[in-house]
Design a protein around this ligand. Structure first.
Ligand code: MG
Length: 378
């Protein structure tokens, strides 16, 4: 039996890596092309156990990889090295106070701490978060390629793989393009559950018309049609349509959700560990949403299988995240992942990893290979 008081954090490595992706994607607020930027954290304990975590910033959404790297390496490091693992909540709190924003860096640290604790105790991260409500999570894959023919081919692959949900990224081109894609999906793939996400892409003048038309196609939900701060317009759009309206960029954390509930802007939310900056905070955010009668799904950013695994444990431990997850990047978007074995998706469902900690293992040679920047040591 390990004594956590005797286990201290001996060293921390931080990498900024760029992983190549297989296609361009337009998400309304920004285009992703070539590669995605990811931060990897490795904590090593005094007994030699290691834990990994990932931050997946997107500059137009949460922040930059450079900011996350500096947050961990410069501002958080003094609050981490030499501390006993038994003080992990205090470490998380001290680090959160040491630098504003940088939620991706904060969740990367928390993930690495939970993974390390899991490696030492033999418990899964889902167990450390309170215990698993589910072992499989339905997968939704996003369609965001400006070349719609390529997305049709992706849909054929998804259907063959047993995936039952897709999310059409809309609002980055013309209204006609969005409606044509929706109609084509309905016709070609009637079995698919189709969601629509505007990623804040609509301006105030056009939002009502475009959202009303899209709602007429009866998607399962419409997500974040307008800018994050347009709470009043979100509330008006919610009243106008008879399909659920979900908030993503409008709700990062508990304070945002309080305001969203008070102003009645949505029927549900996207819970993302990169927005809350915390696995435990995400579990709590989902519970807060449920207490107000809101639904939730588990979203992601441009992540590797490592962050997917962290999100999977978070959803497993959240009774109220019932609309599935979007952890498709590692399998369907990255040219190559950094995990030693592939992130497991079976018959359209993400499988909650077994084994201690996150239950996945990082191929450090790959991390070194794709690294732009690395800082290590104590
Ligand atoms: Mg979204």
């Amino acid at each position: 039996m390990h004594d956590l008081n005797n286990e201290t954090i001996k060293s921390m490595d931080v990498w900024h890596i760029q992983l190549p992706v297989n296609a361009p994607r337009d998400h309304g607020i920004g285009l992703v092309k070539g590669a995605v930027d990811i931060i990897i954290v490795k904590l090593t304990s005094s007994s030699g156990a290691v834990g990994f975590g990932e931050g997946s910033p997107w500059s137009v959404f949460t922040g930059t990889a450079e900011a996350s790297f500096a947050a961990l390496n410069r501002y958080m490091r003094p609050h981490i090295i030499g501390r006993p693992l038994s003080e992990r909540q205090k470490i998380i709190s001290d680090c959160a106070l040491s630098v504003a924003h940088c939620t991706e860096a904060k969740v990367a640290l928390e993930t690495a701490l939970y993974d390390l604790l899991g490696q030492i105790s033999g418990l899964r991260v889902a167990d450390l978060l309170g215990g698993a409500f589910r072992e499989r999570i339905d997968l939704s894959c996003s369609l965001a390629n400006p070349d719609f023919d390529a997305d049709i081919m992706l849909c054929e692959r998804l259907v063959d793989d047993g995936v039952g949900m897709v999310k059409l990224k809309a609002g980055f081109a013309s209204h006609q393009f969005d409606m044509m894609r929706l109609e084509t999906l309905r016709k070609k793939f009637p079995q698919l559950d189709v969601r629509v996400d505007f990623n804040q892409g609509l301006n105030v003048d056009e939002a009502a018309m475009r959202v009303r038309d899209v709602a007429g196609m009866k998607p399962s939900f419409i997500e974040q049609p307008v800018a994050a701060h347009h709470f009043r317009l979100m509330a008006q759009l919610k009243q106008m349509i008879d399909v659920p309206l979900l908030a993503d960029e409008s709700v990062f954390n508990s304070a945002d959700l309080n305001r969203a509930i008070l102003q009645d802007i949505c029927d549900g939310i996207s819970v993302k560990i990169m927005k809350t900056g915390s696995l435990m905070g995400s579990v709590q955010l989902a519970a807060q949403a449920a207490s107000a009668g809101l639904s939730a799904y588990g979203g992601d950013m441009f992540e590797s299988g490592l962050a997917h695994a962290a999100g999977t444990h978070m959803i497993a431990a959240s009774a109220n995240i019932t609309l599935g997850c979007e952890f498709y990047q590692a399998k369907y978007y990255l040219e190559t992942d950094i995990l030693a074995t592939p992130f497991v998706i079976e018959n359209g469902q993400v499988v909650v990893p077994d084994g201690p900690g996150l239950g996945v293992y990082v191929d450090e040679d790959k991390v070194h290979h794709y690294a732009l920047n690395h800082a290590g040591g104590s």
